[in-house]
Design a protein around this ligand. Structure first.
Ligand code: ZN
Length: 154
């Protein structure tokens, strides 16, 4: 592979051996997540526009329209038909490297791709770490409360 060769081939079916997180670099893979999306016609936030802006649809019972940028992991909900996905993404996550790309992810070279993906992994790990810290702090708070109760019994 020469240095100028695109790493991710532009095709409709992502390389099946790619890990899930890499498959999401394909716009076609992101579009697939919007099969149950309410805004499909006469609006700015169609599945295509959402996917183009890096979003995947990850609805829950209480948040049916929540989407997440597969790269910076920013979650947005409460969409209106006139919302422009790329504008919303820029506004709420201005430092996202995915929306700063000068070319499509499918056109990145291997070294460009790996450099970019390293940043994605860092964001992912930071998020996981923050979740663990949150869980730890909650538990620590509970233990502290119990100890204080014991102390008060004396
Ligand atoms: Zn993003």
């Amino acid at each position: 592979m020469g240095s100028g060769t695109a790493f991710i081939p532009p095709c409709d079916n992502a390389e099946p051996n790619f890990p899930e997180q890499w498959r999401l670099y394909y716009m076609s893979e992101r579009i697939k997540t919007f099969s149950n999306w309410p805004f499909t016609e006469d609006c700015a936030c169609t599945p295509e526009k959402m996917a183009e802006a890096g979003f995947i649809h990850c609805p829950s019972e209480n948040s049916p329209d929540v989407v997440r940028c597969f790269f910076c992991l920013k979650e947005l909900e409460g969409w209106q038909p006139e919302d422009d996905p790329m504008d919303e993404h820029r506004q709420h996550s201005p430092s996202c490297l995915f929306i700063a790309l000068k070319k499509k992810a499918e056109q990145l070279t291997l070294s460009e791709f790996l450099k970019l993906d390293l940043e994605r992994v860092k964001i992912e790990m930071q998020k996981q770490m923050n979740q663990h810290i949150g869980i730890f702090q909650t538990r620590a708070g509970e233990v502290k409360k119990k100890l204080e109760e014991l102390d008060a019994d004396d």
